[in-house]
Design a protein around this ligand. Sequence first.
Ligand SMILES: Cc1cc2nc3c(=O)[nH]c(=O)nc-3n(C[C@H](O)[C@H](O)[C@H](O)COP(=O)(O)O)c2cc1C
Length: 339
Amino acid sequence: MLAPMAGITDHAFRSYMRELGAGVVVSELVSAAGLEYKSKRTEALMSFSEEQRPVGIQIFGENPEHVAHAARFVEEKGADFVDLNFGCPVPKVVKKGAGSAMLKDLPAMKALLRAVVAAVKIPVMIKIRTGWDQNSKNANEVVRLAADEGISWVAIHGRTRAQGYEGLADWELIGQVKAKNSIPIIGNGDVVTAQQAVQRLSEYGLDGVMIGRGALKNPFIFQESFALWRGDSLNSLPEQDLYSAFLKLRDYIVAHCEGAIVQIQLKKFAAWYSTGYPGAAQFRKNIFQVSSTTEILETTFRFFKTTNENQSELKMNGRVESQDQLGPSNDGFLMGGHG
Ligand SMILES: Cc1cc2nc3c(=O)[nH]c(=O)nc-3n(C[C@H](O)[C@H](O)[C@H](O)COP(=O)(O)O)c2cc1C
């Protein structure tokens, strides 16, 4: 499953990732209170197309009535499931009692889950962290509550709210929660290679693995993970290169984004795809200085062409090895987000 990421998992990126093999996609967090106003921006965040199915919309809020109302709206829009955000660590969200603050107030969470499950027929999932802080890791209690209230599956980002994006995700804890509960559990945090995805899935007996930042460095991570999971070699996959994937993404971005957002997204993805390759730092400087879409494409093409010529690693197996060398996400890559 592709992890929800604000500013990233928009309509364009979800379609692209489904085409590149992600099993399930979900929108970034959308405010339940904001949905009451049905602003143009909110509508855009929630928009999806048929090829994205199964697709969910993630909502956050603290008021059971508002969130239930928002969930009903998500159902009316035709989404396949609703995702409730109980992992967002951002102060503005937490101060109101939403996001990860719900982990500290299980009676409030219970009332919210009950209202939402009663309001819709489509599955409701929740995405949580392991707890509020080191001294209150209550993922197991939260999962039990979720199962009792009719939640269909739970995604667990293996960090506490207090950790933010520091340290490493605690997969042992995710595995322990899975062992104690029969409700489907999806593990999340720091998966950057297909090998890690498959290893976590089998070692901890999980029902799924959710990948966020790993897919921003390697768009083929889902295809590769499914291949390994089926027992196929990565060599059995058709040869692909990052620049071709980038062009595919460009097509989706141009079709679904407007104005300056097109270039901003292209620059961000070009920079992320360059991570770990020789000359990436200089490339990132260059890419943020150019001002037209054509220049972005040319600069990116030159970078990946040189990389390709200099390194056989760009070919699938090698690329995976070079991603491996990067280690997990404690390399400071995008250490901030809404879950
Ligand atoms: C830029 C960014 C934005 C994020 N936005 C959301 C969000 O809207 N909702 C959510 O539940 N999690 C959000 N997250 C958290 C991710 O879904 C995921 O739990 C986290 O990044 C750990 O997984 P990863 O190591 O595979 O990236 C965000 C993360 C990042 C880096």
